[in-house]
Design a protein around this ligand. Structure first.
Ligand code: UDP
Ligand code: MG
Length: 328
């Protein structure tokens, strides 16, 4: 039985991989972690290659030789960290699922602490890079991001987007991620009724390669937040959102138009020089548009399944059944 699945998304991290795997195995054989997971319990390391072009995949395939617990999923191209995590979650079979960055910035030595916290009855334990080892150009936008997310979500985490996180299987399997939504996993989880906690974790400076996330990608996060909010609250019933807005707008527009009409019929005030008439017309049209958008949303949300958001080039050491699950 697999007690723990470790998911490692990577994109052009060849120099870091050998040491990462060495450290992962060290942490996975640690007595405290073994004790928490139960003696004799197995683990797997799922390496997800997000379209690397630097030969990272070939390196992982070599490492599999002496370490049968390593599995490899390779994407056809670079789909982004969200897709890579998503593929990992689908492939994972452990009762506990841990995600960790491949660039040696996260510390596998924290696994035991994460699992211990999970065992207190949480579904997600997120790391907090309390002393973040990154240049100001990263830590500053990140502070802003965490502040706004905390404010709008009402969830009191310090660090939503830490690569190091531990999940109970049920939560990991239920996540449906798109765009760059990995930043909002704690929000998605908590809004869906899962219990979320945070613990401080060690963080190291990047030693090899360079960061894959610039300031530009940071701003797309705003749109993802809107999607997360919309998806958790209104995905199953878009009409509740658009219908309400549409109806209010339509009613206001109709009211204005009726008033202008009655005023003309009863008091003989001409309609031609009344600017408010335009507002009335605008609100009626907007109202109809909102309602039809809602109807379209209902039609889309009742479709059974959506595509995974990535295409797999090859897998290694992954059972047939799991590999098929990734192709779906
Ligand atoms: N990553 C990925 N796909 C991407 C970008 C990044 O799988 O398109 C991986 C990357 O290889 C690393 C992790 O996501 O393992 C975090 O990326 P990075 O270290 O560049 O982010 P930072 O720590 O600078 O925020
Ligand atoms: Mg990093």
């Amino acid at each position: 039985m697999t007690a723990l699945s470790v998911i490692v998304p990577f994109y052009n991290e060849r120099e870091s991989l050998p040491e990462l795997v060495r450290r992962l195995y060290e942490a996975l054989e640690d007595r405290r972690l073994r004790g928490l997971l139960g003696e004799g319990s197995g683990f797997e390391v799922i390496m997800v290659d997000d379209g690397s072009t630097d030969g990272s995949s070939a390196l992982v395939r070599e490492m599999i030789a002496g370490r049968p617990e390593i599995r490899l999923v390779s994407f056809r191209r670079n789909y982004g960290k969200t897709a890579a995590l998503s593929a990992g979650f689908r492939a994972a079979s452990g009762e506990v699922v841990i995600t960790i960055d491949a660039d040696l910035q996260d510390d596998p030595g924290e696994f035991a602490a994460l699992v211990a916290k999970l065992r207190e009855g949480y579904d997600l334990v997120s790391g907090w890079k309390q002393e973040r080892q990154d240049p100001l150009s990263k830590t500053l936008p990140s502070k802003l991001f965490n502040l706004t997310t905390r404010l709008f979500s009402g969830i009191p985490l310090h660090d939503f987007n830490c690569g190091l996180k531990a999940y109970r299987r049920e939560l990991a399997a239920s996540l449906d991620l798109r765009g760059e939504m990995h930043r909002y996993i704690p929000v998605l989880a908590q809004w869906n009724g899962y219990r979320v906690a945070e613990i401080p974790v060690r963080h190291h400076p990047r030693r090899f390669g360079k960061s894959k996330f610039g300031t530009a990608r940071f701003f797309t996060g705003l749109f993802d937040f809107l999607s997360v909010m919309f998806i958790t609250r209104y995905l199953r019933s878009p009409m509740h959102f658009f219908g309400m807005a549409g109806l209010s707008s339509f009613a206001a527009g109709l009211g204005i138009s009726l008033w202008v009409t009655v005023d003309k019929l009863m008091n003989h005030r001409p309609v031609s020089n009344r600017p408010i008439l335009f507002l009335g017309i605008l609100l009626i049209i907007l109202g109809v548009q909102f309602v039809s958008t809602g109807l379209l949303g209902e039609m889309l949300s009742s479709r059974p399944s959506r595509s995974a958001g990535f295409a797999v080039r090859e897998t290694a050491n992954l059972g047939d059944e799991v590999a098929r699950r990734l192709e779906e």
